[in-house]
Design a protein. Structure first.
Length: 137
């Protein structure tokens, strides 16, 4: 298993840079279709931390990535901002936001949210089929 931990300060502007860094690392291992789903989850999670947990102010963010080759990619995103009220159902159609969690749950194989030691912790697993791994040369 290969592990990567990234600690950074997230803001609405900086969230995209953080996502690009993790995506660039993952691009070495998985195909673009897997990478697309993980990038979507990273983008939504980092933006949620910046906008909701920290209300647009700079705040601490930690991303842990575990790559279990030929099996799966595990992802944990943690912030120490305001507690998040995780919506488990799709919002009414007239609401402008709140669909991110629903979408993340659809593209990943597992999704979990918990509040631990004054932090919001989002945990995801993406199972990756053998043909979706890039060959190490």
């Amino acid at each position: 298993m290969l592990q990567l931990t990234l600690n950074d300060t997230v803001t609405p502007c900086r969230a995209r840079m953080i996502v690009r860094a993790v995506k660039s690392f993952l691009d070495t291992f998985v195909t673009s279709e897997v990478l697309f789903d993980i990038e979507l989850v990273l983008t939504e999670s980092c933006n949620n931390s910046a906008l909701h947990a920290y209300q647009g102010l700079p705040g601490e963010l930690e991303i842990k990535l575990d790559i279990v080759e030929n099996q799966q990619v595990d992802l944990q995103i943690r912030d120490w901002g305001r507690e998040f009220q995780c919506p488990w159902n799709l919002p009414e159609t007239f609401e402008e936001s709140g669909r991110g969690i629903y979408i993340m749950r659809q593209v990943m194989h597992t999704f979990d949210y918990s509040r631990e030691n004054d932090s919001n912790v989002f945990t995801f697993t993406k199972r990756v089929e053998p043909e979706q791994w890039k060959e190490c040369k």
